[in-house]
Design a protein. Structure first.
Length: 217
């Protein structure tokens, strides 16, 4: 079985928590770090590991052991010094992918020079995301996990209503993995492949962007 990607997310503001929630719903291993106990508690019970720490303090980054994760996400753009320190340490530790939220073009330029793989400007990215959701028609929400791979939330298409996941064989026919079903705000990850899908349910799926765009909305 292929090992799931592991993540370390620094900064549990709204941006960091939203990323953590999506990754945890996909059953990824997620370590969350923040200096605020209050912010950390909003996600601690769901996270694989939750660490209260101020990364600007001497020896803290070494003790966290972020060199053991696949992806580091720096979601604390307002703390420039902390952001740069985490980025530098992640790169020195051999983390394969580093993503950082930025507050300005200068901030982004500095992080790029350090070796951050991707910088995110939340307002710009949200605009792009809204536009992509409009263009994909039936997609209620779309969260890009990488350049080519996304998690999407979609209403059950009319053609799929009354049919079970076993009958539809979505993984075989569309190369898409249904990881959860959402109904009335509740998310179920323990899926029974023989239960018929209903029109009032939402499918949460993982897949290649091109495959997701080919789904029958």
């Amino acid at each position: 079985m292929r090992k799931k990607t592991s993540y370390a997310i620094f900064g549990m503001g709204r941006f960091g928590i939203s990323i953590a929630e999506v990754l945890l719903e996909a059953e990824c291993e997620v370590m969350v770090i923040d200096r605020s106990e209050e912010r950390l508690q909003k996600i601690a019970s769901q996270a694989t590991y939750a660490i209260k720490a101020d990364v600007t303090e001497e020896g803290v980054l070494e003790s966290i052991g972020i060199g053991n994760v696949d992806v580091v996400i720096i979601a604390m753009a307002e703390r420039l010094e902390a952001s740069i320190m985490v980025a530098m340490y992640a790169r020195e530790s051999g983390v394969s992918r580093v993503i950082a939220k930025c507050s300005s073009s200068l901030h982004g330029a500095i992080l790029h020079k350090i070796g951050v793989d991707e910088v995110i400007y939340p307002e710009r990215e949200m605009g792009k995301r809204v536009a992509k959701n409009l263009l994909t028609g039936g997609m209620i929400d779309l969260f890009e996990l990488s350049e080519n791979f996304s998690m999407a939330e979609m209403k059950v298409p009319a053609a799929w209503e009354g049919k079970s996941l076993a009958q539809l064989r979505i993984r075989d026919t569309h190369k898409i993995n249904v990881v959860a079903i959402k109904k009335d705000g509740e998310i179920c990850v323990s899926l029974d492949p023989h239960v018929p899908l209903r029109q009032d349910e939402m499918l949460i799926m993982l897949g290649n962007n091109e495959d997701l765009n080919r789904l029958p909305y």
